[in-house]
Ligand binder design. Sequence first.
Ligand SMILES: Nc1ncnc2c1ncn2[C@@H]1O[C@H](CCC(=O)c2cccc(C(=O)O)c2)[C@@H](O)[C@H]1O
Ligand SMILES: [Zn+2]
Length: 355
Amino acid sequence: MTDSSVPATGTADRDLRAFIAGLPKAELHVHHVGSASPRIVSELAARHPDSKVPSDPEALADYFTFTDFAHFIEVYLSVVDLIRTPEDVRLLTYEVARDMARQQVRYAELTITPFSSTRRGIDARAFMDAIEDARKSAEAEFGTVLRWCFDIPGEAGLESAEETVRLATDDRFRPEGLVSFGLGGPEIGVPRPQFKPYFDRAIAAGLRSVPHAGETTGPETVWDALTELRAERIGHGTSSARDPKLLAHLAEHRVPLEVCPTSNIATRAVRTLEEHPIKEFTRAGVLVTINSDDPPMFGTDLNNEYAVAARLLDLDERGVADLAKNAVEASFLDAAGKARITAEIDTYTAAWPAS
Ligand SMILES: Nc1ncnc2c1ncn2[C@@H]1O[C@H](CCC(=O)c2cccc(C(=O)O)c2)[C@@H](O)[C@H]1O
Ligand SMILES: [Zn+2]
């Protein structure tokens, strides 16, 4: 785990972190298994001593330190291997929602990779029942509204694409909370165009297209996501900063980027926070949203990601509130839901004592 949380820079930082802690937020790019808390992962690891995943929280923190993106995926899959029953799925999902509620997340689109669980023997129908049960409990008990993004683990190939789009569009499986369709995993050696037929089927079924792109490959991958997969938002899009025409296109067509600053450092996609292109995005007028991606694995949480963004963009409370409103605007929540959370953000910000 790289502790890349931003060092406190004095009272201003502490005040801003206090503001962020209470600020109502929406999160659009955060992974189901990647959000499993160290407590949950340790508990699951203790049940499966054959696993490489340590059950001791200290050792787990070291285990979550990655030499490169491929290593991150290897560690990620070792945690996926721990999730073996629908009850594991339900518990993990409920706990993720509880962690979000503690950070005042009112709405989140959680990326789930059903293929990875069904191929490991979890019954698809039981899997869907587990996530839907957790979603309804979380909304009732925490007030946090969860929606699902199902993503294809691209490196697993077209077999995984077929299974993912089948589960996402077949009414016997499609969960009520499903709103979007994505593409995750390594980008190198996994060109986006091959997945066009599967995204076409998902879009035809009313799902929104939100593939990862430009995280570990160049701007051409982001162009492919836009033109071939009809992306409405881009996961990361980090390399877009290398192509002024792409930046201009994203800004002109208000295609939001799901920016995950600490993730990009932890997976070595970006060398240092100071070099992160988030400033270029805002300067080009691109709609930037702030997300945590796989928070416990990256030694961060959504509140810390807002603090990182505030430091990199030199934002005050109002600027941070604008970032939170960007995520609400870019979300697939209905208009009434967007108005409700936006109003909450404005009320909270207006009531915050001027520093
Ligand atoms: N920042 C990220 N950027 C990209 N993806 C991310 C990120 N964070 C989390 N993920 C997730 O990592 C998984 C990757 C799974 C994968 O590659 C794979 C390959 C071969 C076989 C199998 C299998 O299941 O058999 C899975 C995906 O589920 C994706 O949602
Ligand atoms: Zn991601």
